[in-house]
Design a protein. Sequence first.
Length: 302
Amino acid sequence: MAERDRPYKMAEQPKRKKSHSKRQERPHRKQERPKPRRQPSEEQSEDSDLIYGRRPVLAALESDRQLNRIWITSRLRYDSHFHSLVGQAKAKGTAIDEVEFRRLNQITQGANHQGVAAQVAPHTYKDLTDLIAEAKSRSNQPVLVVGDSISDPHNLGAIIRTAEAFGAQGLVIPQRRAAGVTSTVMKVAAGALENFSVSRVVNLSRALEELKASGFWIYGTAAQGSQPLHQVKFSDLVTLVVGSEEKGLSLLTQRHCDALVSIPLAGKTPSLNASVAASIALYEVYRQRRSDISRADAHKIL
């Protein structure tokens, strides 16, 4: 038989002797590391309807907002600012729990609660049409803010706080790829949401078209804007659009703007934080409106 026609035969392996060692008989188990504690995401915190901190909770109490439960330290409960309001909330069915400081640490997961936290109903967004009607009823020259995919809840909260402080009537945000009104936003807004309406829309472009049809002029803030902010005359009904933290205004949003405005910078920093840019633009609108009022008052005196 030729060498290449020989059938292949596997080499016999030597038989291993069985060991009677208990250590070897025991099956090997891989030690599992303890899983890290999962931190709640922004979506989870949005569903947890928890607000904390003295100013946000106090603002919710003063605005007669429905609270399901309040956790408060005994020292703060009998504070002159909280005592009567907590009593009124209890009379309306709110559960009041006097707890230790460390219990509040657990409830808020170590946040700066300042001795009080409250569980509220999820934030109620206002319909855009209703928001526009409300803004017009509150001012002859209303100002609305639109956030184009603001993803950082701290930025969103800061924008809300500044917008309310400078007399704007409301905010419009998209449902997708953007932060909603979470407990973090409420905390940063420091009570401003109790006097400030927010509308959450499915399609931001359609919302801008509805604002235009209602008589609003759309001004978008952009690093490469066509006009410096201080050279633009903000008259009539104003909608100020602020872009996202990373990409700014989308091209589609820019097409829906009547004008793009930029903030002149003197340093080497190429751009500003979204909430900072919104604050500067809102102040410029506020400053022009105040100047117009001062001139009108001066003419009346003369």
